[in-house]
Design a binder for this molecule. Structure first.
Ligand SMILES: [Zn+2]
Length: 346
């Protein structure tokens, strides 16, 4: 069983590409190595419901101005899958431009505000301390400290009110029911949507066809088993979504083959867990000392942030599974090992 991509082409920036009656694919550029995001416009009576908004730069706003000028009918609702800048970034601006309502989960809405304001254990200074505890060297910590909050720099403004979506909710869009599928591990309360009648799942970043979703442990929840949560969410998606479901992901192309993709992602993480476990077999290792095992290439500051989050998530998972022990040395550095030294094992 493998993935099938029913559409050979991808829409040009700002072009509306019809997936099926009333469902359109809109692709916006991103100023990163990951160079695009997919947004979804759903016919909704005499207007539209939009899922995700794009990155808040001038290019994104320019494309959106031309889309809004040609859209037949008002943008009535904006659903945001999670708080990351490429998804939530243009929400506040679009709300002001259109008068639409914003719908998202409270976990994502509140996390956006906590990260932006650097409170409650979120933000650069908490992350620097978390990475120090996981063995990152002073030089790279200094780069993170100098960089400050990338989120606040990226996001000019955030919406300050919303309609809350929860697990088990169902939205009616153009007379069809879309069920919420809440997932964890990539973001606190990531929202995907499933419409059984259309056989569609808007998966956000939880299920991507080519790249593996970044899994990170926040400084605010340092012992979280984010990878375990993510793997459980994948299993839940493979149970909930019928085999013929067409997945509309935030990055890459629409695809069918949920079960095959879930199996491949589970295998990918299983291999990485094994490699990390083997690396800690005889010597206690900190997350920062294991970036090579996971990535095997030089990482810039931005990539190091994702890599550290990913390494900590895998090590925490091995710890939660009882496969690695955690030790904290006199300098407060957390190391993981298979064997139990005489003191300070947790
Ligand atoms: Zn994301």
């Amino acid at each position: 069983m493998s993935l099938h991509y029913p559409f050979g082409e991808t829409p040009a920036p700002g072009e509306l590409f019809q997936i099926c009656a009333g469902v359109f694919w809109l692709r916006l550029p991103l100023p990163f190595q990951l160079d695009h995001i997919n947004l979804w416009l759903l016919r909704d009576g005499d207007g539209w419901t939009l899922v995700d908004t794009g990155f808040p730069d001038e290019e994104g706003r320019t494309i959106w101005r031309s889309v809004l000028a040609t859209l037949q009918g008002p943008l009535k609702r904006i659903i945001v899958t999670h708080f990351h800048p490429d998804h939530l970034g243009l929400a506040d601006w679009l709300l002001q431009e259109t008068g639409a309502r914003l719908l998202m989960t409270s976990g994502e809405f509140l996390t956006a505000h906590a990260v932006w304001n650097e409170v409650g254990g979120h933000g650069a200074r908490f992350m620097v301390e978390q990475f120090r505890q996981h063995g990152l060297d002073a030089e790279r910590l200094e780069k993170f400290a100098q960089r400050g909050s990338g989120y606040r720099k990226a996001m000019p403004s955030l919406p300050d009110h919303y309609d809350r979506l929860k697990a088990g909710d169902s939205l009616t869009i153009d007379g069809r029911h879309w069920h919420t599928l809440i997932g964890h591990g990539h973001a606190p309360e990531h929202l995907a949507l499933h419409c059984p009648e259309l056989g569609l799942c808007i998966s956000g970043d939880m299920l991507l066809p080519r790249i593996s979703t970044n899994i990170s442990v926040f400084a605010a929840t340092p012992d979280a088993d984010a990878l375990g949560w993510y793997l459980a969410s994948l299993t839940e998606m493979s149970v909930q979504l019928p085999a013929a479901t067409l997945v509309l992901p935030s990055h890459g192309r629409p695809f069918t083959g949920v079960a095959a993709r879930v199996t491949a992602l589970q295998e990918h993480h299983r291999e990485r867990l094994q490699a990390l476990e083997a690396s800690c077999a005889s010597t206690p290792r900190a997350a920062a000392e294991l970036l090579d095992v996971l990535f095997g290439r030089t990482l810039d500051t931005h990539q190091t942030m994702f890599a550290m989050g990913e390494a900590i998530a895998h090590l925490n998972h091995l710890h939660h599974a009882g496969r690695l022990l955690r030790h904290i040395d006199a300098a407060g550095i957390i190391r993981y090992t298979c064997s139990s030294p005489s003191s300070t094992a947790h």
